[in-house]
Design a protein around this ligand. Sequence first.
Ligand SMILES: [Fe+2]
Length: 280
Amino acid sequence: MLNQNLRKEYPNENHQFNLNQEVDVSKLQEDFQQNGYIKYKASEVDINSKLTIFNEFRELEKDPFSPSNTQRFRRYGNALILPWEKQKNPIWLPTTITDDGRELSGYDQGNNNPEHGSIRYFNALSDDVKSSKYLNSIIIEDYNLTFGLNDYYLPIYVGIHFVKLTSTCDQSLGISSPDCFHQDGEPFTFAHLLYRSNNIVGGENYIAHPNERNKRLDDVNNENIYSQFTLKNISDSFAVHDSSVCHYVSPIKKINNDQVDLLGERWMILIDYSLTKQKI
Ligand SMILES: [Fe+2]
């Protein structure tokens, strides 16, 4: 009885689709539309793309907008998808070059991040990773799971974030932004785990009713949490329809008695989709 009471059952907890198996994409999309989020396993990463992507994660620069205690590293890239094309491919947008020759890509989250009010320029994803087979195919694969975008008459904007959190000890947390339940602003966001070291705790994902927006985990109404899960293996993924839910990921923390002195790490690829607009 005690166990039953302690273990809260959330809907869809065991509902795991695997896009490597012959999964009916339209069934997954239907679930997405109905529940406002999905949990699934994305396609397997081919070996060449994996080398390129892992290399990119090792080289990520510190997020210049993160407080010094957060241990967050990231790069960003942006692209367009033309919904009317039969054979869709991401069209990568050009980067901005700084005076000292660095390439940056701009990210504007509007008013949706209480920690950041205006456009942020991040270090740009490398040309190598932007031409990798897996990244290009997963951008289209994710797009095909969205709904309501494909009839749009203008290009769809795609934001691609590589985000790494690290923790060196149980005093140093790797913290995502914002550190509360939130909505991102973009209509759809997909999150794919690339690597999680086995010497960390935390990095737990929560999906909740939109009313919980801007609340910390301790303040959230438990009945409004739809799902709680931890992405553990490569390609473990989830997606949110932003207006239907809010979401949160807890900080990662390295386990103190780790025998080998290795960094605690969690590597994520986040892909978001928004409508574009004609400005007159
Ligand atoms: Fe988010």
